[in-house]
Design a protein around this ligand. Structure first.
Ligand SMILES: [Zn+2]
Ligand SMILES: [Zn+2]
Length: 517
């Protein structure tokens, strides 16, 4: 019995092989219809009717589906979803999940690894790679993979600022709570944050020199210089001698101008299963477009101002507000929402990113994709694929006369489409004055329209990013990078800074940012 029941299967397999070989021969023989007919003849001669009958009883292998990649946080229970696995014969399936890779030092293991929906509680930040195989009792499926990326939000519920106060008490700092939810089939993480970071900076002599060399140091500081000394550890908001002006922030930590940061009591929802944008990419817009792991807001490149308020040449916030940010490269807008437009050394220190490998996650964009720090591997900085226009007379990105800004690119994503005349911006050898009254050189790279995207750089791969300022490598899934370059041993921000002019992913209904276009 046993032998006779096994024999047909063995026979079928041999027969299939013979058929494949004959087709292969027919193809190698090439030529016209003759050889194809020969192939048909070979298949026919092996007997059509019994083969059809045997195929009907053949078992179809099941197909494993490990579900969507997920973003979660350390300590959360993540539920995997293999329910999309299938079997054409409708056989009941058994599941076998394995945790193939996990971050160094992690001791996490899978719960209910033989169920359709096992659980994982990440105990370290980083990437977890899971594999699923299903069986229908006769055959085993393909291996399907899914990744879970766990971030370590700076969650504390009782640490208060010593310098930023409300009703006489220091306000709570960092993230106050994390909660997952789902609505209309989309899964979200709600981050409850005060928006007040808990930075500490030990000032170097070059930091002190930088402060004292501010163009308006004489009027910015009491006595013309900062009261902070090299080697001193400065807490966020601590007085370093700035002189408030008018109704601006009265704390001496901030240069004159911006409002004081205040507790935002924000509840911000991020999608935990981000998806690439289907159609046109969403432009990033003013206000919060992402969240750092300490709950500080991520803003994009713009600050809403432009050359002569014409909205033709749009100011880049990291350039025009370089003298209006604190020593952690952040500031608050009028409603007290503290934010970063660019790389912050304080955040890098807080997240213990020493450049010894790929940077850790610094935060998340509103589309749910993570924003990593500046390094793509040990000592290698991620590189923007946005290039500064060359305003010399003969340049294809220029306007026909040296240093003149009388034209813009027809398409910032395609240099070959040429330029068109616009209301002129300042010549590149002149200076412009910022809202806080500081003078800056009007060289190429101070306006959004001074840049174009070069797809050839992205195509080089490695540390080169795409138009959204992100890439996908080493099993990390798609991610953005904070972009910076090293100048005299210090990291300086590089356009488009964090998230590019457009998001890579789609923005689900409940997330906190909306399409800027
Ligand atoms: Zn700003
Ligand atoms: Zn990367």
């Amino acid at each position: 019995m046993q032998l006779s029941s096994q024999f047909p299967a063995y026979f079928l397999r041999l027969r299939g092989l013979a058929l494949l070989l004959s087709v292969g021969l027919a193809l190698t023989a090439c030529g016209g219809g003759g050889s194809a007919d020969d192939g048909g003849t070979v298949a026919d001669s092996s007997g059509g009717a019994p083969a059809g009958g045997s195929q009907g009883s053949q078992n179809a292998a099941p197909i494993a589906s490990a579900g969507e990649d997920q973003y979660s946080f350390v300590g959360a229970t993540v539920t995997l979803d293999g329910r999309g696995s299938s079997d054409a014969d409708g056989d009941s399936l058994s599941y076998s999940w394995t945790l193939a890779e996990q971050p160094a030092g992690s001791h996490s293991s899978l719960g209910n690894a033989t169920s359709a929906s096992p659980t994982l509680v990440p105990d370290q930040s980083g990437n977890y790679l899971l594999r699923l195989e299903v069986s229908d009792g006769t055959e085993i499926s393909n291996l399907d993979e899914v990744s879970v990326t766990a971030a370590e939000w700076l969650l504390n519920t009782n640490v208060r600022s010593s310098y930023i106060k409300s009703n006489g008490n220091g306000v709570l700092v960092n993230v106050q709570g994390l909660q997952t939810s789902a609505s209309a089939g989309t899964h979200y993480l709600t981050v409850a944050t005060t928006g007040i970071p808990d930075y500490k900076v030990t000032l170097s002599q070059s930091d002190v020199d930088w402060l004292n060399n501010r163009p308006k140091a004489a009027s910015d500081f009491y006595g013309g210089v900062t009261s902070a000394k090299a080697g001193e550890a400065i807490a966020f908001g601590q007085n370093i001698g700035y002189k408030p002006v008018g109704s601006s922030c009265s704390l001496g930590y901030w240069p004159p101008g911006p409002a004081c940061p205040s507790n935002q009591s924000a509840q911000l929802k991020l999608p935990t299963e981000p998806a690439p944008a289907g159609g046109t990419a969403c432009a990033t817009s003013l206000n919060t477009i992402g969240l750092m792991l300490n709950g500080a807001a991520v803003f994009n490149w713009q600050d809403g101002s432009s050359y002569n308020n014409q909205q033709v040449w749009l100011n880049l916030a990291p350039v025009f507000e370089q003298y209006d940010v604190d020593i952690c490269q952040g500031h608050a807008q009028q409603q007290g929402n503290y934010h970063h437009h660019m790389y912050s050394a304080c955040l890098q220190t807080l997240l213990e990113d020493n450049g010894s490998g790929h940077s850790p996650i610094y935060g998340f964009a509103a589309d749910g994709y993570p924003i990593y720090g500046p390094y793509t591997m040990q000592g290698v900085l991620a590189k923007s694929a946005w290039i500064k226009r060359d305003y010399s007379a003969a340049s294809v990105s220029g306007c026909g006369a040296d240093g003149v800004r009388s034209c813009q690119l027809v398409d910032q994503y395609d240099l070959s489409k040429g330029t068109q005349s616009v209301s002129a911006g300042p010549d590149t050898d002149t200076n412009v004055t910022t809202m806080s009254g500081n003078s800056i050189a009007a060289v190429s790279g101070i306006y959004f329209e001074d840049y174009y995207y070069d797809a050839a750089l992205t195509a080089m791969g490695g540390e080169y990013l795409d138009q959204h300022n992100g890439h996908d490598h080493d099993g990390l899934g798609y991610h953005y990078h904070v972009t910076a370059q090293s100048v005299a041993g210090q990291l300086q921000p590089v356009f488009p800074y964090q998230v590019g002019p457009t998001f890579y992913g789609e923005l689900p209904a409940d997330t906190f940012a909306s399409c800027g276009n």
